[in-house]
Design a protein around this ligand. Structure first.
Ligand code: GRF
Length: 224
């Protein structure tokens, strides 16, 4: 059985106080990076949150271009540059750690993280998944929802543990499946919600309002 997540509690930080340094996040992304862009547009450089690094396994990832445009440090960790996944995650972990992040944000990072990487940043890694977990975990969650005949699906932001999309849920929002069940329409609706929900969750963490319940490590408590 996987060990319980640690009792994390982020210190409260008044966001208007310019003397308090920003909450540092590193984003890992494999794809076009529209979630990264939402984080850059809604949070980055406004005092509370600073995106200090964007890492990818894909040299051509759109997310890297978006980061470069925002003046954020980038690095690439392609699988074929390392003997194995452990080696890649060790190098990536060193790079992440060198940025001293309070949080590692997976935004469409399509590689499974090794257990040592997850343990190294235990309780400090979050992911966004395009379904209402525990429904439709893993790949192509939108396709799974359509295939299953679901009338609604949604978006989940959760802490990352050793499983696939199994960590404690921070925020969820429903998205109805459109009447015509067109994939493109549903995808657009899900992405719109993602672009609101991920910055919202990261803001709450940066403000120190998110805690894992010590009496039930599967549960997240959110302070007002
Ligand atoms: C999003 O749908 C996210 O839920 C999933 O990967 C996708 C990434 O999209 N984990 P983008 O690269 O942020 O546009």
């Amino acid at each position: 059985m996987a060990p319980p997540p640690p009792n994390i509690s982020f210190a409260k930080r008044p966001c208007e106080d310019a003397r308090v340094s920003a909450f540092r996040i590193v984003v890992l992304a494999s794809g076009s990076g529209t979630n990264l862009q939402a984080i850059l547009d809604r949070l980055h450089g406004q005092g509370l949150v600073e995106v200090v690094g964007v890492g990818s396994d894909k040299p051509g990832a759109g997310a890297l271009e978006r980061a470069a445009r925002a003046g954020v440090d980038t690095a690439v960790f392609p699988a074929d540059a390392y003997p194995d996944r452990m080696g890649r995650d060790a190098a990536m972990g060193d790079w992440v750690e060198s940025h001293h992040p309070g949080l590692v944000v997976l935004a469409g990072y399509m590689q499974l993280l090794t257990e040592p990487f997850v343990a190294r940043f235990a309780g400090r890694i979050v992911n966004i998944h395009p379904a209402l977990l525990p429904s439709f975990p893993g790949l192509d969650a939108i396709g799974q929802a359509l295939e299953a005949g679901a009338e609604e699906t949604g978006v989940t932001v959760h802490f990352v543990d050793e499983g696939i999309d199994t960590g404690p849920v921070i925020l969820q929002r429903r998205v109805p499946v459109p009447v015509g069940r067109e994939r493109g329409v549903l995808e657009a609706a899900v992405h719109n919600v993602e672009h609101e929900l991920y910055p919202e969750a990261i803001r709450m963490i940066a403000e120190g309002r998110v805690r894992i319940d010590p009496s039930d490590p599967r549960k997240v408590a959110i302070d007002d």
